[in-house]
Write a protein that binds this ligand. Structure first.
Ligand code: ATP
Length: 210
């Protein structure tokens, strides 16, 4: 589904060393490595958010950096749910409205019952009508996961999905990731969480650029 060959990116001596990664349908790849070794850079490149200095990224047969920026964005929106580091909820929308927002933007009529079911599974149904400023950090992160899962993309890319979460929230997030993998979603997760890594079929260990 994703095949990246020889991708690298140098930020003045830091960044991502030349790396290959290949995600098969239904696969689950864990990406580990010390802080600063380029995990987020790798995920940003394979999702088409960041152009590499070298290498190619093929998603379902498309060489994504040969596409126009608009075509690349459309490809990502249709195929990849990306839990990015530092992504945020919109403060003026409730938890539920945030979860269904991408479907609205895509012009689809959102299935509220499905969103509510996801919230129940993630243990955030009690805050469904709350605003992001009024929920805990763990509820916030689980809402972002719900927003990604709601889109039902065939690929899930997650950057540190369990970091800075209390153990209960982290455990819920791991279970949901396992559940979507069991349903056939292909996953790449960058993480320091050994329990999450243990769910992966394969772990890639990145080495620092210097
Ligand atoms: N836009 C940027 N401009 C300059 N340097 C950058 C940029 N993005 C990343 N870097 C540098 O590249 C290196 C790799 O960063 P990256 O965020 O990919 O690491 P990481 O492995 O995800 O780290 P962590 O585990 O701490 O999240 C770091 O030294 C970082 O400071």
């Amino acid at each position: 589904m994703i095949k990246a060959v020889n991708i690298s990116r140098n930020f003045g001596g830091n960044g991502l060393r030349s790396t290959d990664i290949s995600l098969e349908k239904g696969g689950f790849i864990g990406v580990s490595g010390a802080s600063g070794c380029g995990k987020s850079t790798l995920l940003n490149i394979i999702t088409g958010m960041l152009r590499p200095d070298s290498g190619t990224v093929i998603i379902d047969g498309e060489d994504i950096f040969k596409l126009s920026s608009a075509a690349r964005t459309a490809l990502r929106a249709g195929k990849i749910g990306y839990i990015m580091q530092g992504s945020v909820l919109l403060g003026e929308l409730t938890v539920l409205e945030n979860i269904i927002l991408p479907a609205r933007i895509a012009g689809r009529s959102p299935d509220r019952a499905k969103a509510e079911m996801l919230c129940r599974k993630l243990g955030i149904d009690n805050v469904i009508n709350s605003y992001p400023s009024d929920i805990s950090g763990g509820e916030y992160r689980r809402t972002m996961l719900a927003r990604i899962l709601f889109a039902d993309t065939p690929i899930l890319i997650a950057d540190e999905p369990t970091s800075n979460l209390d153990e209960e929230s982290a455990s819920i997030v791991r279970s949901m990731i396992k559940e979507v993998h069991d349903k056939g979603v292909s996953i790449i997760a960058a993480t320091h969480d050994s329990e999450l890594l243990s769910l992966a079929d394969r772990v890639i260990q990145l080495q620092p650029l210097r």
